[in-house]
Design a protein around this ligand. Structure first.
Ligand code: HEC
Ligand code: HEC
Length: 396
């Protein structure tokens, strides 16, 4: 074989390096949906770019976005815990303050039509200001305060301007950056998707396949957790009363299995385990529509990655998927407005196991990658030298 002249080799190497697609940071990115999900709905007036995604990711991970520099978005939506908090039924905000609801996952949040458990917000751009300003969450005194603070943090210098065509941090761009990042947390191509949509025979065990047949048949789950012909959001994006909110509000006794010694269990009433703090009132969707028919209705959550996102329900009151299945098998909790689709199912113990096994097959193939990317953002953690409010001077 003739030796390849060194110069030619270098030239070929240089050429192939040039061919590697280099995406300019401000080029519009179109997210290709993974198997099992439809096209990602993106806000038409805010194109997704690499610069915006990376900026949003840094903001999401940054503890300085809270008033006292301790609490980031990622501390309630923990990347390694399915972008929720596995240890907490209901979230805990700044300085240990109680929040009445469970942190939902932000996986696939781009597909959520009405945000929060009660659907009170409509866009991720606006939603971000909820936790930033809530006194018991990140507790910032005002929108302007957050913006001035970001402006004086040296590590953000120029990043907004670069991502938003010269526009600095403001009420819109902070929301848009956080939204851009969260829109990329798309996760599917689970074993279920490969079996159901990809027709890969061995991707699900026979037990899990039986669970899916129950889910979309006898157990009636698919009426609300919708599985479509071409893709599955596993939600109808609507609001239903399953009884959990009613039971919580009425203080119905609920027991909790506590282990006293290895293998020795007792059932204790939850009230005995409560702290002295009274449970906060929560009437669900009624708080948004003021229609009494919506009392204790909550949005149907999509069930993708559900094995990773416990504890479950808007108040985190159900710890495991087995208990969720038991809850539905009992027909939820009776109350005057309970959704008629939630009714006793009479499932056998094998059927219940299959149903739970099916739910566990819904974990996307990229969950570790997304968690690692989030951690890699590593924002600086030096708080501003001065109170941002003291540096502010109106310049017009
Ligand atoms: C103290 C814990 C906490 C912090 C900090 C926090 N969240 Fe949340 N997040 C929650 C809880 C609890 C809810 C549900 C509240 C409700 O439904 O009323 C929620 C809801 C959401 C939702 C709606 C998801 C859905 O499915 O409807 C998004 C998106 C979100 N948070 C993003 C963020 C972002 C971005 C930040 C940072 C700017 C943030 N969160 C900070 C606890 C937190
Ligand atoms: C009438 C509509 C409806 C039906 C039928 C239904 N669900 Fe749900 N599901 C909901 C709603 C609404 C919630 C949220 C309730 C809340 O937050 O209190 C929910 C919550 C869940 C959750 C918790 C998810 C999370 O992230 O917290 C799981 C798991 C679940 N359902 C599985 C099932 C299974 C399995 C079935 C069938 C046995 C089923 N669902 C039937 C509407 C329904």
């Amino acid at each position: 074989m003739k030796a390849v002249p060194g110069v030619l080799l270098l030239w070929v190497l240089a050429l192939s390096a040039c061919e590697r697609p280099v995406v300019p940071v401000n080029a519009q990115i179109n997210l290709a949906p993974p198997l099992g999900l439809p096209a990602v709905p993106l806000p038409p007036d805010s194109p997704l770019t690499q610069a915006r995604i990376e900026l949003g990711r840094t903001l999401f991970m940054d503890r300085r976005l809270s008033h006292n520099n301790t609490l980031s978005c990622a501390m309630c939506h923990v990347p390694e815990q399915g972008f929720t908090s596995n240890e907490l039924g209901t979230a805990i905000g700044l300085e240990g303050q109680s929040i009445r609801r469970n942190s939902p996952t932000v996986y696939n949040v781009a597909y959520v039509e009405q945000l929060f458990h009660d659907g009170r917000e409509f866009s991720l751009e606006n939603q971000a200001w909820g936790p930033l300003l809530a006194g018991n969450e990140m507790a910032n005194p005002s929108i302007g305060y957050v913006i001035e603070k970001i402006k004086v943090l040296p590590d953000y210098a120029g990043r907004f301007e670069k991502a938003f065509d010269g526009r600095g941090p403001d009420v819109l761009t902070v929301g848009q950056a956080l939204a851009a990042y969260q829109c990329t947390l798309v996760s599917a191509n689970s074993r279920f998707d490969r079996w159901h949509y990809g027709k890969e025979q061995g991707a699900l065990t026979t037990d899990e396949q039986a669970g899916f047949r129950l889910f979309s048949g006898k157990a009636g789950c698919g009426a609300c957790h919708v599985v479509g012909e071409k893709h599955a959001l596993l939600t109808d994006n609507r609001f239903h009363n399953t009884g959990i909110g009613y039971a919580h509000s009425m203080g119905l006794p609920k027991t909790h299995r506590v282990q006293l010694a290895p293998g020795k269990f007792v059932d204790v009433e939850d009230r005995a385990l409560d702290s002295f703090e009274r449970p906060l009132a929560d009437v669900g969707r009624y708080e948004v529509t003021l229609d009494p028919a919506d009392s204790w209705a909550y949005r149907t959550p999509g069930l993708r990655n559900v094995a990773l996102t416990g504890p479950y329900m808007h108040d985190g009151s159900i710890a495991t998927l087995e208990e969720v299945v038991e809850f539905y098998d009992r027909g939820g909790i009776d109350n005057p407005q309970k959704d008629p689709l939630v009714k006793p199912l009479g499932l056998s113990s094998t059927e219940k196991q299959s149903l739970a096994a099916f739910l566990r097959s819904l974990t996307g193939d990229n969950v570790q990658k997304l968690a690692a990317e989030a951690r890699a953002a590593q924002p600086a953690d030096t708080p501003p030298e001065k109170d941002p409010a003291s540096t502010y001077r109106r310049s017009y």
